[in-house]
Ligand binder design. Structure first.
Ligand SMILES: NC(=O)c1ccc[n+]([C@@H]2O[C@H](COP(=O)([O-])OP(=O)(O)OC[C@H]3O[C@@H](n4cnc5c(N)ncnc54)[C@H](O)[C@@H]3O)[C@@H](O)[C@H]2O)c1
Length: 311
Protein backbone atom coordinates (compact mmCIF):
# COMPACT_ATOMS: atom_id res chain seq x y z
CA UNK A 1 0.00 0.00 0.00
CA UNK A 2 1.10 3.56 -0.67
CA UNK A 3 0.31 6.38 1.75
CA UNK A 4 0.98 10.10 1.99
CA UNK A 5 1.60 11.89 5.28
CA UNK A 6 1.23 15.64 5.03
CA UNK A 7 3.45 17.45 7.51
CA UNK A 8 6.95 16.35 8.46
CA UNK A 9 6.90 17.27 12.12
CA UNK A 10 7.26 15.02 15.12
CA UNK A 11 4.03 13.06 14.60
CA UNK A 12 4.48 12.64 10.84
CA UNK A 13 8.12 11.55 11.07
CA UNK A 14 7.39 8.87 13.66
CA UNK A 15 4.37 7.61 11.69
CA UNK A 16 6.26 7.76 8.38
CA UNK A 17 9.27 5.91 9.77
CA UNK A 18 7.18 3.21 11.44
CA UNK A 19 4.79 2.61 8.53
CA UNK A 20 7.71 2.34 6.10
CA UNK A 21 9.55 0.03 8.51
CA UNK A 22 6.81 -2.59 8.06
CA UNK A 23 6.95 -2.34 4.28
CA UNK A 24 4.40 0.35 3.43
CA UNK A 25 5.45 2.94 0.80
CA UNK A 26 5.32 6.34 2.47
CA UNK A 27 5.75 9.86 1.11
CA UNK A 28 5.97 12.71 3.65
CA UNK A 29 5.09 16.13 2.27
CA UNK A 30 5.85 19.47 3.88
CA UNK A 31 5.68 23.11 2.78
CA UNK A 32 8.94 23.81 4.61
CA UNK A 33 11.63 23.64 1.87
CA UNK A 34 14.44 23.69 4.42
CA UNK A 35 13.08 20.80 6.42
CA UNK A 36 12.51 18.64 3.32
CA UNK A 37 15.95 19.56 1.93
CA UNK A 38 17.57 18.49 5.22
CA UNK A 39 15.54 15.30 5.51
CA UNK A 40 16.61 14.34 2.00
CA UNK A 41 20.22 14.82 3.14
CA UNK A 42 19.57 12.59 6.16
CA UNK A 43 19.37 15.50 8.64
CA UNK A 44 16.50 14.72 11.01
CA UNK A 45 15.05 17.81 12.76
CA UNK A 46 14.15 16.03 16.01
CA UNK A 47 15.87 13.48 18.20
CA UNK A 48 13.97 10.37 19.19
CA UNK A 49 15.74 7.16 20.11
CA UNK A 50 15.96 4.94 17.01
CA UNK A 51 14.19 7.42 14.72
CA UNK A 52 17.17 8.58 12.67
CA UNK A 53 18.33 5.00 11.96
CA UNK A 54 14.81 3.95 10.99
CA UNK A 55 14.35 6.92 8.65
CA UNK A 56 17.75 6.41 7.01
CA UNK A 57 17.20 2.66 6.60
CA UNK A 58 13.83 3.13 4.91
CA UNK A 59 14.96 6.02 2.72
CA UNK A 60 17.73 3.74 1.42
CA UNK A 61 15.15 1.09 0.62
CA UNK A 62 13.09 3.72 -1.23
CA UNK A 63 10.11 3.06 1.01
CA UNK A 64 10.23 6.50 2.66
CA UNK A 65 10.43 9.70 0.62
CA UNK A 66 10.26 13.41 1.44
CA UNK A 67 8.98 16.07 -0.93
CA UNK A 68 7.44 19.53 -1.13
CA UNK A 69 5.25 18.53 -4.09
CA UNK A 70 1.88 17.44 -2.83
CA UNK A 71 0.04 16.64 -6.08
CA UNK A 72 1.76 13.40 -7.16
CA UNK A 73 1.74 11.73 -3.72
CA UNK A 74 -1.98 12.49 -3.30
CA UNK A 75 -2.79 11.11 -6.76
CA UNK A 76 -0.84 7.93 -6.05
CA UNK A 77 -2.01 7.24 -2.48
CA UNK A 78 -5.02 5.39 -1.22
CA UNK A 79 -4.66 6.95 2.22
CA UNK A 80 -3.59 10.54 3.05
CA UNK A 81 -2.82 11.43 6.68
CA UNK A 82 -3.09 15.08 7.68
CA UNK A 83 -0.46 15.64 10.33
CA UNK A 84 0.15 19.38 10.20
CA UNK A 85 0.27 21.73 13.18
CA UNK A 86 -2.84 23.08 14.90
CA UNK A 87 -1.60 26.15 16.80
CA UNK A 88 -3.90 27.77 19.34
CA UNK A 89 -6.15 30.47 17.99
CA UNK A 90 -6.60 33.80 19.82
CA UNK A 91 -9.43 32.29 21.88
CA UNK A 92 -7.37 29.16 22.70
CA UNK A 93 -9.14 26.87 20.23
CA UNK A 94 -7.19 24.91 17.61
CA UNK A 95 -6.53 26.90 14.43
CA UNK A 96 -7.57 24.62 11.58
CA UNK A 97 -6.14 26.71 8.73
CA UNK A 98 -3.30 24.25 7.96
CA UNK A 99 -5.54 21.21 8.27
CA UNK A 100 -8.13 22.71 5.92
CA UNK A 101 -5.44 23.81 3.45
CA UNK A 102 -4.36 20.17 3.18
CA UNK A 103 -7.98 19.06 2.81
CA UNK A 104 -8.31 21.49 -0.13
CA UNK A 105 -5.10 20.05 -1.63
CA UNK A 106 -6.66 16.59 -1.41
CA UNK A 107 -9.75 17.80 -3.28
CA UNK A 108 -7.57 19.48 -5.91
CA UNK A 109 -5.38 16.47 -6.65
CA UNK A 110 -7.08 13.16 -5.85
CA UNK A 111 -8.10 11.26 -8.93
CA UNK A 112 -9.36 8.02 -7.44
CA UNK A 113 -10.91 6.86 -4.16
CA UNK A 114 -8.93 8.36 -1.26
CA UNK A 115 -9.24 8.01 2.50
CA UNK A 116 -8.24 11.28 4.18
CA UNK A 117 -7.31 10.79 7.85
CA UNK A 118 -6.68 13.58 10.34
CA UNK A 119 -3.89 12.76 12.78
CA UNK A 120 -3.57 16.36 13.97
CA UNK A 121 -5.19 17.21 17.30
CA UNK A 122 -8.49 18.76 16.20
CA UNK A 123 -11.82 19.53 17.89
CA UNK A 124 -15.06 17.61 17.39
CA UNK A 125 -16.70 18.63 14.11
CA UNK A 126 -13.44 18.98 12.18
CA UNK A 127 -14.11 15.93 9.98
CA UNK A 128 -17.21 17.52 8.47
CA UNK A 129 -15.19 20.70 7.74
CA UNK A 130 -12.48 18.59 6.11
CA UNK A 131 -15.14 16.75 4.07
CA UNK A 132 -16.72 20.02 2.89
CA UNK A 133 -13.32 21.50 1.96
CA UNK A 134 -12.52 18.44 -0.18
CA UNK A 135 -15.97 18.37 -1.79
CA UNK A 136 -15.82 22.10 -2.67
CA UNK A 137 -12.59 21.49 -4.62
CA UNK A 138 -14.02 18.42 -6.36
CA UNK A 139 -17.10 20.46 -7.33
CA UNK A 140 -14.83 23.18 -8.77
CA UNK A 141 -13.16 20.48 -10.88
CA UNK A 142 -16.62 19.15 -11.84
CA UNK A 143 -15.56 15.61 -11.06
CA UNK A 144 -17.15 12.89 -8.97
CA UNK A 145 -14.59 11.02 -6.90
CA UNK A 146 -15.51 8.84 -3.95
CA UNK A 147 -13.64 9.61 -0.74
CA UNK A 148 -13.86 9.05 3.00
CA UNK A 149 -12.74 11.15 5.91
CA UNK A 150 -11.57 9.56 9.16
CA UNK A 151 -9.89 10.60 12.36
CA UNK A 152 -6.98 8.74 13.94
CA UNK A 153 -5.79 10.53 17.04
CA UNK A 154 -2.18 10.14 18.10
CA UNK A 155 -1.13 9.21 21.65
CA UNK A 156 2.65 9.32 21.45
CA UNK A 157 4.50 9.65 24.74
CA UNK A 158 7.64 11.75 24.89
CA UNK A 159 10.74 9.58 24.65
CA UNK A 160 8.96 6.35 23.67
CA UNK A 161 7.37 7.43 20.40
CA UNK A 162 8.56 4.54 18.24
CA UNK A 163 7.68 1.87 20.77
CA UNK A 164 4.28 3.49 21.30
CA UNK A 165 3.63 3.53 17.59
CA UNK A 166 4.78 -0.03 16.91
CA UNK A 167 3.35 -1.53 20.09
CA UNK A 168 0.35 0.64 20.90
CA UNK A 169 -2.00 -0.02 23.84
CA UNK A 170 -4.80 1.04 21.57
CA UNK A 171 -5.39 2.64 18.20
CA UNK A 172 -8.39 4.97 18.01
CA UNK A 173 -10.21 5.62 14.73
CA UNK A 174 -13.39 7.52 13.95
CA UNK A 175 -14.67 6.22 10.64
CA UNK A 176 -17.83 6.44 8.56
CA UNK A 177 -17.59 3.55 6.13
CA UNK A 178 -16.55 -0.09 6.13
CA UNK A 179 -14.10 0.69 3.32
CA UNK A 180 -12.30 3.21 5.54
CA UNK A 181 -12.34 0.74 8.43
CA UNK A 182 -10.86 -2.02 6.29
CA UNK A 183 -8.10 0.26 5.01
CA UNK A 184 -7.10 1.48 8.44
CA UNK A 185 -7.20 -2.01 9.92
CA UNK A 186 -4.98 -3.36 7.16
CA UNK A 187 -2.60 -0.43 7.56
CA UNK A 188 -2.11 -1.01 11.27
CA UNK A 189 -2.32 -4.81 11.11
CA UNK A 190 1.42 -5.65 11.07
CA UNK A 191 2.18 -3.58 14.16
CA UNK A 192 -0.65 -5.08 15.92
CA UNK A 193 -0.26 -8.64 14.90
CA UNK A 194 3.45 -8.71 15.56
CA UNK A 195 3.38 -7.13 19.00
CA UNK A 196 2.67 -10.26 21.11
CA UNK A 197 5.16 -12.32 19.12
CA UNK A 198 7.91 -9.76 19.80
CA UNK A 199 7.32 -10.11 23.52
CA UNK A 200 7.29 -13.90 23.40
CA UNK A 201 10.57 -13.97 21.44
CA UNK A 202 12.14 -11.51 23.91
CA UNK A 203 11.12 -13.78 26.82
CA UNK A 204 12.49 -16.87 25.07
CA UNK A 205 15.82 -15.10 24.53
CA UNK A 206 15.86 -14.00 28.16
CA UNK A 207 15.30 -17.63 29.19
CA UNK A 208 18.34 -18.64 27.15
CA UNK A 209 16.61 -20.15 24.11
CA UNK A 210 18.22 -19.92 20.69
CA UNK A 211 15.59 -18.63 18.27
CA UNK A 212 15.27 -19.23 14.55
CA UNK A 213 12.78 -16.76 13.06
CA UNK A 214 10.62 -16.80 9.96
CA UNK A 215 8.00 -14.21 9.03
CA UNK A 216 6.67 -13.78 5.49
CA UNK A 217 6.42 -9.97 5.61
CA UNK A 218 7.86 -8.40 8.75
CA UNK A 219 11.45 -9.66 8.91
CA UNK A 220 12.84 -6.12 8.63
CA UNK A 221 10.74 -4.89 11.54
CA UNK A 222 11.72 -7.89 13.62
CA UNK A 223 15.40 -7.27 12.79
CA UNK A 224 14.97 -3.77 14.15
CA UNK A 225 14.02 -5.27 17.50
CA UNK A 226 16.30 -8.25 17.77
CA UNK A 227 19.21 -7.43 15.44
CA UNK A 228 21.50 -10.48 15.39
CA UNK A 229 20.23 -12.08 18.59
CA UNK A 230 18.02 -14.38 16.51
CA UNK A 231 18.69 -16.16 13.21
CA UNK A 232 16.43 -15.17 10.32
CA UNK A 233 15.27 -17.52 7.58
CA UNK A 234 13.59 -16.98 4.24
CA UNK A 235 11.94 -20.38 4.33
CA UNK A 236 9.67 -21.59 7.11
CA UNK A 237 10.91 -25.21 6.93
CA UNK A 238 14.58 -24.23 6.90
CA UNK A 239 13.98 -22.37 10.17
CA UNK A 240 12.85 -25.65 11.74
CA UNK A 241 16.00 -27.63 11.07
CA UNK A 242 17.40 -29.01 14.34
CA UNK A 243 14.97 -27.01 16.47
CA UNK A 244 13.37 -28.45 19.58
CA UNK A 245 10.06 -26.67 19.32
CA UNK A 246 7.92 -24.96 16.67
CA UNK A 247 6.23 -21.85 18.11
CA UNK A 248 3.50 -20.43 15.87
CA UNK A 249 3.14 -16.80 16.93
CA UNK A 250 1.33 -15.24 13.98
CA UNK A 251 -1.55 -16.28 11.80
CA UNK A 252 -0.27 -16.18 8.23
CA UNK A 253 -2.27 -18.38 5.88
CA UNK A 254 0.87 -20.27 4.82
CA UNK A 255 1.13 -21.61 8.39
CA UNK A 256 -2.39 -23.01 8.38
CA UNK A 257 -1.82 -26.30 6.58
CA UNK A 258 1.91 -27.02 6.81
CA UNK A 259 3.58 -30.16 5.55
CA UNK A 260 3.33 -32.02 8.86
CA UNK A 261 5.68 -34.81 7.77
CA UNK A 262 8.34 -32.25 7.00
CA UNK A 263 7.77 -30.46 10.32
CA UNK A 264 8.17 -33.77 12.09
CA UNK A 265 11.24 -34.77 10.09
CA UNK A 266 13.14 -31.45 10.31
CA UNK A 267 12.72 -30.68 13.99
CA UNK A 268 14.45 -32.55 16.79
CA UNK A 269 11.30 -33.06 18.84
CA UNK A 270 7.71 -32.94 17.66
CA UNK A 271 6.60 -30.11 19.92
CA UNK A 272 4.27 -27.38 18.66
CA UNK A 273 3.27 -24.27 20.62
CA UNK A 274 0.31 -22.72 18.87
CA UNK A 275 -0.29 -19.24 20.32
CA UNK A 276 -3.04 -18.53 17.77
CA UNK A 277 -4.98 -21.81 18.07
CA UNK A 278 -4.84 -22.36 14.32
CA UNK A 279 -4.51 -26.15 14.46
CA UNK A 280 -6.92 -28.83 15.54
CA UNK A 281 -5.85 -30.30 18.86
CA UNK A 282 -7.07 -33.82 18.17
CA UNK A 283 -5.57 -33.88 14.69
CA UNK A 284 -2.22 -32.80 16.15
CA UNK A 285 -2.42 -35.59 18.72
CA UNK A 286 -3.26 -38.12 15.97
CA UNK A 287 -0.21 -36.98 14.04
CA UNK A 288 1.95 -37.60 17.08
CA UNK A 289 2.82 -34.00 17.98
CA UNK A 290 3.10 -32.74 21.55
CA UNK A 291 0.72 -29.87 20.98
CA UNK A 292 0.11 -26.81 23.20
CA UNK A 293 -2.43 -24.12 22.44
CA UNK A 294 -4.12 -21.25 24.29
CA UNK A 295 -7.00 -21.72 26.71
CA UNK A 296 -6.60 -25.47 27.06
CA UNK A 297 -5.40 -26.92 30.33
CA UNK A 298 -2.08 -28.56 29.55
CA UNK A 299 0.92 -29.20 31.74
CA UNK A 300 4.11 -27.41 30.79
CA UNK A 301 6.25 -30.44 31.60
CA UNK A 302 7.55 -30.48 28.05
CA UNK A 303 8.43 -26.78 28.03
CA UNK A 304 10.44 -26.72 31.25
CA UNK A 305 13.13 -29.16 30.11
CA UNK A 306 13.26 -27.39 26.73
CA UNK A 307 14.00 -24.03 28.27
CA UNK A 308 16.39 -25.36 30.90
CA UNK A 309 18.34 -27.36 28.32
CA UNK A 310 18.61 -24.20 26.20
CA UNK A 311 20.08 -22.11 29.03
N1 LIG B 1 4.03 16.58 19.13
C1 LIG B 1 3.32 15.75 19.85
O1 LIG B 1 3.73 15.19 20.87
C2 LIG B 1 1.91 15.41 19.43
C3 LIG B 1 1.29 14.27 19.96
C4 LIG B 1 0.02 13.97 19.55
C5 LIG B 1 -0.64 14.80 18.63
N2 LIG B 1 -0.02 15.92 18.13
C6 LIG B 1 -0.72 16.75 17.15
O2 LIG B 1 -0.29 16.36 15.85
C7 LIG B 1 -0.22 17.51 14.98
C8 LIG B 1 1.16 17.66 14.42
O3 LIG B 1 2.06 17.85 15.48
P1 LIG B 1 3.63 17.96 15.26
O4 LIG B 1 4.22 18.09 16.60
O5 LIG B 1 4.08 16.90 14.36
O6 LIG B 1 3.68 19.37 14.50
P2 LIG B 1 4.95 20.17 13.91
O7 LIG B 1 4.65 21.61 14.09
O8 LIG B 1 6.22 19.59 14.43
O9 LIG B 1 4.90 19.83 12.35
C9 LIG B 1 3.87 20.24 11.51
C10 LIG B 1 4.44 20.37 10.09
O10 LIG B 1 3.37 20.65 9.20
C11 LIG B 1 3.89 21.46 8.15
N3 LIG B 1 2.78 22.08 7.42
C12 LIG B 1 1.98 23.09 7.79
N4 LIG B 1 1.07 23.36 6.83
C13 LIG B 1 1.30 22.49 5.82
C14 LIG B 1 0.69 22.25 4.55
N5 LIG B 1 -0.35 22.97 4.13
N6 LIG B 1 1.20 21.29 3.76
C15 LIG B 1 2.26 20.56 4.16
N7 LIG B 1 2.86 20.72 5.37
C16 LIG B 1 2.40 21.67 6.19
C17 LIG B 1 4.80 22.43 8.87
O11 LIG B 1 5.74 22.99 7.99
C18 LIG B 1 5.44 21.50 9.92
O12 LIG B 1 6.67 20.97 9.46
C19 LIG B 1 -0.68 18.70 15.84
O13 LIG B 1 -2.07 18.87 15.68
C20 LIG B 1 -0.38 18.24 17.25
O14 LIG B 1 -1.21 18.88 18.20
C21 LIG B 1 1.26 16.22 18.51
Amino acid sequence: MRITIVGSGYVALVAGACFSEVGIDVVCVDVDHNKIGNLNKGIIPIYKRGLEEMITRNMKKNRLKFTINISEPIKESEVVFISVGTPSDEDGSADLKYVLAVARDCGKHMDDYTLVVTKSAVPVGTSSKVKTAIQVELNKRKVYIDFDVASNLEFLKEGAAIDDFLKPDRIVFAIESSRAEELLRSLYKPFVREAPSLEIVAKLLEAGARVNGYNPVATEEIKHYFENTITYFEDQYEALINSDCLAVLTEWSEFRIPNYNLVDKLSNRSVILDSRNIYDRLEMKDKGFKYFCIGVDTSNDVLKPLLSSAS
